[in-house]
Design a protein around this ligand. Sequence first.
Ligand code: FEO
Ligand code: CA
Ligand code: CA
Ligand code: CA
Length: 593
Amino acid sequence: FPGFGGPQGELTHSVVPPNRKDDIVVPKGYEQAVMIAWGDPVEYGAPRFDVNRLTPEAQAKQFGYNNDYTMIVPLRDERKALLVCNHEYTDEKLMLPTGRYDAKTVAKIGIAAHGMSVVQIERVGRSGQWRRDKQGSRYNRRITAATKFEVSGPAAADQRVGKVAYGTFGNCAGGVTPWGTILSGEENFNGYFDVTGTVPAEYATSYKRYGVPTTVTKSSRQWSIVDPRFDLSKNPTEAFRAGWIVEVDPYEPRATPRKLTMLGRMKHEGATTTITADGRIAVYLGDDERGEYVYKFVSTGKYDPDNRKRNFGLLDEGTLYVAKFTGDGAEDGLYDGTGTWIPLTSDKKSFIEGMSVADVLIDVRIAADKVGATRMDRPEDIERNPVNGRVYAAMTNNSNRGGTFAVDEANPLAKSHVRDTFGGPLVEKSGNRNGYILELTEEGDDAAKTGFFWTLFLVCGDPAAQETYFGGYDKSKVSPISCPDNVAFDGSGNLWISTDGNVLGSNDGIFTVPVAGPKRGQVKQFLSVPFGAEACGPLISEDDKTAFVAVQHPGETDDATFEKPASTWPHTDRFPRPAISCVWRKDNGRVGS
Ligand code: FEO
Ligand code: CA
Ligand code: CA
Ligand code: CA
C-alpha cells in the first residue's frame, strides 16, 4: 500500500487534553461549526423551532432528536451533498418543558422525533466547512417511528413479521452500501413496548432472550397510549417487526424504505459493507449488549457497479454467519488467535437443527447460542479499513466480564481501572470497563472467507493502568481513551474512534490512531464533545477536508431536566440541543494533520 503510514497520512494534529467543558474542543489550527440541530427545518413547510409550541406535525418535518450515525452521500453538484443521520432516541425530561404538554402529545412528539433525516448540505466556499442548505431540497426527508416500511428477505413470509412494518426507532449506527443506500441499525427496540395484560406463551422464550417484557409493563415513553402497536398484549407480533437493519435510498425521497430480514434480528449497532474478492457484498454486524455476538453476512449475488437498481435485493439472499474467537494462549504476551465465521442460515436453508430459516433470522441470538459462538463485550461498530483490508471492531465495555461471563483471550479483563472523578485516582473495578478495539485479518484478505486471525489492537483505558495496551506503542505518549463505540477511516487508512460513556472522569470524544507504521497504536485525542454527550459519527469526508461529529445527548445526566440542564450546548437556547458539527482546518488542509 504505497504511502500507507507515510508522511502524507500522518496524524500530526495537537492533542486535545481530557476536559469537562460544555463545548466541542478541537486541536490548534482547527475550526468547528454546527451544521444542523434538533428542531431545524428539514421538510418543506417545517415551522420555525419553538420548544414551547411544538406539535407532532411540526416535529415530523423538523430535524429529530439525538442524532447518532451520520453519513454524507454526494450529489452531482459537488458543492452540495446529502447528510443522512439516525435519531436514536428521545429524553423527554431534557427535551420538553416540564408540564407543558399532555401525555398523549408528548408521546406523539417522541414518535416524530425518532427515526432518520435526509438533509441537503452545501460547502462554504472552498473550505472544509459545510452547512445546511437553507433553500431546502426535494431530497429532504424525515423518517419517523410511524413511517411505512416494506419488509424484505426470508422472514417477510413468516406470519410473525409480515410484509409491512411501521416505523423505525432506536437507530444507532449504520453504513452506506456501494450503491449509495443507507443501512441503519434498530438497536434498543425492546424498551419501546408496553404490556397491559398478557402476552402469548409461545413467544415468551424469544421475548426474554431479547429483553422484551412478558409481564405487565409501562415503558418510559408509553407510546401505546397513542398507538396500540406498542401494546404487546394487543399486538404481540409487533416486537418481531423491530430489531432489523433498515435500508433507505436517500436519492429517492418517495421510495418506501425497507427492513432487511436476511441480516438477522438483534440489537443492531450498525451494518457496514465491503466487496469480497469475487465481487459479492459482505456486511459486518454487531449486537450491542453484554455477552452478545459479532455477525457477518455474505451475499449470493455480485455487485453491479454499472446498474444501480440491479443491486437492490442483494442483501436479501446470502448466508449469515456468527463469529467464534479462539485464543492462542497468553505465552506470546498478546491477546490474539484465530477465528471462524460459523454459518447460521442461508436464505434457503437453515443450518440449525429444529429452526427454520425464518426462526434463525427472527431469533438469531438463540441460533447463535446453539453453535458455541463467542460472547463478546458489547459489540458496537465494525468496519473494514479500505487501505489495509483489516476489519476493526469496537467492544465498548462489559462490567459483568469475569462475573456472569467468563474471561477468554478475546475478552480477557475481569478487572480494570476507572477514574470516578475528573483528575481523581485510578480505582479498580470488576469487569472490562474501558473496552477494546479488535483487529481482524480475514483469510486472504477476502471478506467472503470463513477463517480469520484476530488481535486486540487496543485495550482501552488510562495508559497509567497496567492492563491497557496501545498496539505496542509507548504508553507514555498516548491519550487516555475509554468506551470506543464507532470507528471510521480517513483516506490514509488511519483509524478514527468515537467514544460513548467514558469512565475516566472526562467528556467523550474522537480519537485518531495509525494502524500501521512506526506509530501504530499512538492514540491521540482529536476532539472532545460537550458535557454529558457521547460522540457519534465520526465521519471523514472523501477529500479528507472535514471531520463530522454528531453530538448526541448533550447534558444527559441522572438528574438533569429541561429546567435544570447540565449543558446548554450549542448555546442557542437555555437547554441543550443535540446537533451535528463539522470540523475543518483553518488552512483547508487535511484533517488529522
Ligand atoms: Fe446506541 Fe450501541 O450504542
Ligand atoms: Ca496470545
Ligand atoms: Ca453507537
Ligand atoms: Ca454506544
